[in-house]
Write a new protein. Structure first.
Lengths: 386, 93
């Protein structure tokens, strides 16, 4: 079985062929936005990080921004910076260039204001768009796919049908040699022991529990209530009572294969199979992390109907809630409520999701993608020290 | 296939999840894998919420998906609503 994709110089495969504008710092967003208005078909990856951060937080933001630029769906990237920020635009450009894709950088402080920066940036983008337009899809193996998984606005149907059906599709991709990454550390609380039983090594098991414990410590240190933060009013109204119940339902989307590794946020896995990424559950941050770790396509099961998308990769929405499927038919890609109604077996629903994955990989737009939904949010874990 | 009215995720569970809204004195048909059984409902319970399959004592663990999802903070009668008013998480930090 093959899909088609864009072969990149580093051997990876893009399922899309974007040219992106990547600010190295939030302060450069205004320049990036002006360029984005000239080229509305470019992926505009504005965010608010990149300066005044220290230690592991700074490292994480740098790693994530590099990862976004490296994502195989991106054919070329213009890094836009001011020149005074903690994470230099030249650093990002140099790291992303290791993939040998098209990379340019525009440093605002080296230009005479916006009126000089805009034409320079526009020329870079124009050239990259023309080069990207010459690229064509070629057949490639399913093992080139890195699938990101995220569940959102969960309700009772999530753990019963949509998450397990996604798990079946995830297992199928791993069987074909692909990679699956799922995250949302707070939504592992109460279910981590199930994942801990099926790690490829004791070190991975230890790293998994450490990630969960650090998450719990952070919540405790802030004086917050993990139950209140994670089991939102919408979840409670939908029938989910405790964080354990939510987590046990959430973990089903990861299927049943062995956990090959625990990734830091935005870390690109070195191998194939199933990986867990330490990340928040909040959608923009979770999706950004998945794209930074290389996910070219994301499956997103939802109960109540989250509309979240990504500017870098298609996000495929699955629901087993028939009311959501009807009300949000412009946002939902696959309706598996037939499993809840007793009209379809879970395994058949899983196969349907896998078939959708292949179609979208080959170029069919997901609903969120067609609507242009998405935005970057880099998970900020430290204080601002400037 | 029959329309599923409530579902038990694992043989070890002591709660079922309702797939339609039920009223007091309804008989609800519950699926456990390929099997079905019927139970009497003691009170109205919304769609998606849980119903106790047996009497559950205060302090007893609530099992769903074959795993512990919480514990009872009161005695819970068979056929009644199981939710935030009578169970609590064990994940207290």
């Amino acid at each position: 079985m093959k899909i088609t994709g864009y072969e990149r110089p580093d051997g990876s495969v893009g399922l899309r062929n974007h040219v992106a504008i990547l600010p190295s710092v939030g302060c450069a967003n205004d320049v990036a936005v002006r360029l984005g208005r000239m080229y509305p078909n470019v992926a505009l990856l504005c965010h608010r990080q990149g300066c005044s951060q220290v230690g592991s937080d700074n490292d994480q933001t740098a790693r994530t921004l590099v990862g976004l630029g490296k994502n195989p769906n991106i054919a070329g990237v213009l890094v836009v910076g001011l020149g005074c920020e903690t994470i230099p635009p030249e650093y990002l450009a140099e790291e992303i260039s290791k993939t040998k894709k098209m990379v340019e950088s525009l440093v605002f402080n080296e230009e005479e204001g916006l009126m000089a920066a805009l034409p320079k940036g526009a020329r870079y983008i124009d050239r990259m768009l023309h080069e990207a337009s010459k690229m064509t899809r070629v057949p490639c193996d399913l093992e080139q796919i890195t699938l990101g998984l995220k569940c959102g606005l969960s309700d009772t149907t999530s753990g019963i049908a949509s998450n397990p059906a996604v798990g079946i599709a995830a297992d199928m991709l791993v069987e074909f040699g692909g990679t699956v990454i799922f995250g949302e550390t707070p939504e592992l609380i109460g279910a981590e022991h199930l994942l801990g039983k099926r790690t490829a090594s004791p070190e991975i098991e230890e790293k998994l529990y450490r990630a969960v414990n650090e998450c719990k410590e952070r919540v405790k240190a802030s004086g917050g209530d993990i139950q209140e933060a994670n089991v939102a009013p919408g979840n409670i109204e939908g029938g989910i009572t405790t964080i354990e119940e939510k987590s046990l339902g959430a973990i089903k989307k990861a299927g049943g294969t062995t956990l090959q590794g625990v990734l830091d946020y935005g870390e690109i896995p070195k191998g194939k199979g199933l990986f867990f990424m330490d990340s928040p559950g909040r959608s923009p941050d979770a999706l950004t992390g998945l794209n930074a770790s290389g996910a070219q396509i994301i499956i997103f099961p939802t109960g109540g109907g989250s509309p979240a998308g990504s500017l870098i990769s298609p996000v495929i929405k699955i629901t087993a809630n028939s009311r959501t499927a009807q009300r949000l038919k412009d946002h939902i890609d696959v309706d598996v409520s037939s499993v809840i109604n007793g009209e379809e077996l879970l395994v058949t629903a899983g196969e349907r999701i896998f078939q959708k994955l292949l179609k979208v990989a080959n170029g069919e737009l997901s609903k969120a993608e067609g609507l242009g939904f998405g935005g970057i949010s880099v998970w900020n874990i430290g204080p601002l020290c400037g | 296939m029959n329309k599923i009215k409530a579902i038990v995720m694992d043989e070890k569970d002591n709660v079922a999840t309702l797939l339609l809204r039920i009223k007091a004195d309804d008989q609800v048909q519950i699926a456990v894998g390929e099997r079905y059984f019927t139970t009497q409902v003691k009170e109205s319970i919304p769609y998606g919420h849980k119903i106790a399959l047996t009497d559950i004592e205060k302090g007893e663990k609530i099992i769903k998906y074959g795993e512990v999802i919480g514990r009872a903070i009161n005695d819970i009668k068979k056929g009644t609503h199981v939710h935030v008013h009578n169970i609590e998480s064990l994940c207290i930090l």
